[in-house]
Design a protein around this ligand. Structure first.
Ligand SMILES: Nc1ncnc2c1ncn2[C@@H]1O[C@H](COP(=O)(O)OP(=O)(O)O)[C@@H](O)[C@H]1O
Ligand SMILES: [Mg+2]
Length: 245
């Protein structure tokens, strides 16, 4: 693997009596695409919240470019070049699409004009330019997913955390988004993605980390992980999700 961009070590977090993330360790290299998969409730989104500074870990270390992120607020983590999207998207529905994206760009560009130029460039890349002046609340699901991606990209990250950006999309929309994620990665952005759509995981990820009950139960190449009996068993225990094989 290339030099680690993100290094998560022995990360743990509980909610009352529930150990949501337990002793979790993994790395993401420069320019790598890593998938974090696992049944519903496995602790994937909690892991993202810990990494992105939205939740404090009970124990463990998170290093980004060698620097500890523990104790930093989300905006500080974002300023260092690490940003996440949200599984439950929260755009400002009455603001226009371009204004929503400008909110992300303002972290890098002090001037309003520069932020708007950046926002429009990102919308262009993601095929959303025609919707720039529409209120965010008027977008279709696939467009809202793109907007969520645009907001994150406008912060100019080195590492992008994507939480189920493909879920609920048609096959065609998924294929398109997979290609867009690939293009973002090709421009040098490392990606850590939580995804239930196994086709997307298989075609994008170089490495897969599998969580179950907060613990890492497998890690490896997508094809190997999909055939791992422990992984298949974990998925079969969750009727909401198809087995990844
Ligand atoms: N803020 C919270 N308070 C209490 N329990 C939570 C909270 N967030 C998540 N959980 C619980 O932690 C577990 C892991 O949740 P989550 O990280 O969302 O899983 P995943 O994203 O893998 O589906 C679940 O049992 C969930 O109900
Ligand atoms: Mg989740």
């Amino acid at each position: 693997m290339t030099a680690p961009l993100l290094e998560v070590a022995a990360l743990s977090r509980r909610f009352g009596g529930l150990q949501a993330v337990r002793d979790l360790s993994f790395r993401v290299g420069e320019r790598e695409i890593v998938a974090l998969i696992g049944p519903n409730g496995a602790g994937k989104t909690t892991a993202f919240s810990l990494i992105a500074g939205a939740l404090a870990p009970d124990a463990g270390e998170i290093r980004f470019r060698g620097r500890s992120l523990v104790g930093l607020a989300p905006h500080q983590v974002c300023a260092l070049g690490l940003v996440r999207t949200f599984q439950v998207m929260r755009p400002f529905p009455r603001l226009s699409v371009v204004r929503n994206v400008m909110i992300g760009a303002l972290g890098r560009h002090a001037g309003r004009r520069a932020a708007e130029a950046k926002a429009r460039a990102v919308l262009d890349e993601l095929g959303l330019a025609a919707k720039a002046e529409h209120p965010a609340g008027s977008l279709t699901l696939a467009e809202r997913k793109r907007l969520e991606l645009a907001r994150a990209l406008a912060t100019e990250p080195a590492l992008l955390l994507l939480d189920e950006v493909m879920s609920g999309l048609t096959d065609h929309e998924t294929e398109r988004l997979v290609e867009e994620v690939r293009a973002i990665n090709a421009r040098g952005v490392a990606i850590l993605l939580i995804e239930h759509v196994m086709r997307a995981v298989m075609s994008l990820a170089q490495r897969v980390v599998v969580l179950n009950y907060g613990e890492r139960i497998a890690e490896g190449r997508p094809a190997d992980v999909a055939n791992d009996p422990l992984v298949i068993e974990a998925y079969l225990g969750d009727e909401g999700v198809a087995a990844p094989a």
